[in-house]
Write a protein that binds this ligand. Structure first.
Ligand code: CTP
Length: 411
């Protein structure tokens, strides 16, 4: 008697390898995906074949490699429509500027672009190109268009590039692309943060000068609140420690309202233990040394001198805790210049695992605005995420946190 085969069918990835120097990393990506139990089938563009061979892609994937739109033999075995429909997820890695331009404009003049146009499955794009090509307005437009069309992005990272330049454009590491793929394949109702406790700080602090005046800043709390909501959607128990904000409480989280930095630290301490702490609040660096009990009055002798003392650093205090430190401590860095360098310095100084850095110079409109361009800086390197809504940054960060906890590797 033959027993019914109960082995689950592996989820299928169609990996489209574009023609860039990073194509060699696509071979590592095949391994990383298969290590996660995923079946991989490859499509190589004509340009990709200058960098990797169908033989190596085929040996590593254990499947046929497709490259020719007009191949009678390939079409007989598997038509291009079937090829795209047969996969659960399409990954484009490396996604060259040219391939992304084709995707964004719906061109279909080779097998890779035809498959991408014919698919009804989610698409994960891992861009890789020269920094100037990545920053060119045409590529910016294509990225925006692709995102609006529903594509997801992983990377590019910032770093030294094969062309000798430095900046964003390096393809994300294969392990991270594979991790993002696993996250995308996770059923929508899966709760990867269930059983975890996440503390999030959000909003500004108000540091009183007297009973009617205070020192504050322009933080709206939008990003921190969105992160709290995103972690809750992934199943976490969330404590949101919020300074004074004018936005509603997110649903499904415990909100602790505070005014000052000292109050925020007390609330964070009281909320511990936690698996994760995300410090998104724009905490005032200083408070007035001696807060007046009465309203300060003009006395005709000129303006008073305010003596300030430094506030406790809530992030650094939590990250340096000898006991009860959360497994993953994430800080934010709002910078107006040298964003990455300052974030790397902050990572070391504050002792956290990741710094999510963003450019808040007035031109970017981040403060109070709805979108954000962030770089996730860790000891292992820098991930530069494309400009997204604050809600999308929150979702991506929550998924990234879930993946990191699952893997115990703080990438
Ligand atoms: N932070 C904190 N407590 C403080 C100051 C900052 O928890 N007293 C946290 C913020 O929530 C953020 C990170 O530290 O996650 C960085 O905040 P930022 O204001 O950019 O850093 P500063 O320490 O103020 O550094 P600098 O003045 O050099 O910019």
């Amino acid at each position: 008697m033959t027993l019914p085969d109960t082995t689950p069918t592996p989820r299928r990835i169609l990996l489209i390898i574009g023609g860039g120097i990073a194509a060699y990393k696509a071979l590592e990506l095949i391994r990383a995906l298969r290590k996660r139990g995923l079946a991989v089938r490859c499509v190589l563009t004509a340009a990709a074949q200058h960098f990797v061979t169908a033989l190596s892609a085929g040996s590593l994937s254990g499947d046929t490699v497709y490259s020719d739109l007009f191949s009678l033999t390939d079409e007989a075995a598997m038509g291009h429509i079937e090829l795209s429909r047969d996969a659960d997820l399409l990954i484009v890695a490396p996604a060259t500027a040219d391939l992304m331009a084709k995707m964004a404009n719906g061109l279909a003049n080779d097998l890779a672009s035809t498959v991408l146009l014919a698919t009804d499955k989610p698409v994960l794009v891992a861009p890789a190109m020269n920094v100037r090509m990545w920053l060119h307005p045409a590529t910016r437009r294509n990225v925006e268009r692709l995102r609006a069309d529903g594509a997801s992005f992983v990377g590019p990272d910032e770093g030294d590039m094969a062309c000798g330049e430095f900046g964003p454009g390096r393809m994300a590491e294969p392990e991270r692309i594979a991790e993002a793929a696993v996250e995308m394949l996770r059923p929508a109702d899966a709760k990867p943060l269930s059983g975890r406790h996440v503390i999030v700080t959000s909003g500004p602090t108000h540091e009183p000068i007297d009973p009617v005046r205070f020192i504050a800043n322009r933080s709206s709390g939008k990003q921190g609140h969105a992160i709290a909501a995103a972690c809750a959607r992934l199943g976490a128990r969330v404590t949101l420690v919020s300074g004074p904000v004018a936005i509603p409480d997110p649903s499904g989280v415990d909100v602790v309202r505070v005014e000052t930095a000292v109050g925020m630290l007390e609330a964070v301490d009281a909320a511990l233990p936690a698996d994760v702490a995300v410090f998104c609040a724009a905490v005032a660096d200083w408070r007035v040394a001696a807060q007046g009990g009465e309203k300060m009055k003009k006395d005709g002798k000129g303006p008073p001198a305010l003596v300030l003392v430094e506030n406790p650093d809530i992030l650094a205090t939590t990250a340096h805790r000898a006991s009860g430190r959360p497994d993953l401590v994430v800080g934010f860095a709002a910078e107006t210049e040298k964003v990455i360098a300052h974030a790397q310095d902050k990572l070391r100084r504050k002792g956290c695992d990741w710094i999510v850095a963003n450019d808040v110079s007035t031109a970017t409109g981040v403060m109070g605005g709805d979108s954000n361009t962030v770089h996730v800086v860790s000891a292992k390197g820098v991930e530069s995420w494309p400009t997204m809504s604050k809600a999308a940054v929150a979702d991506a960060l929550a998924r990234r946190i879930a993946a990191a906890l699952g893997e115990s590797t703080w990438v």
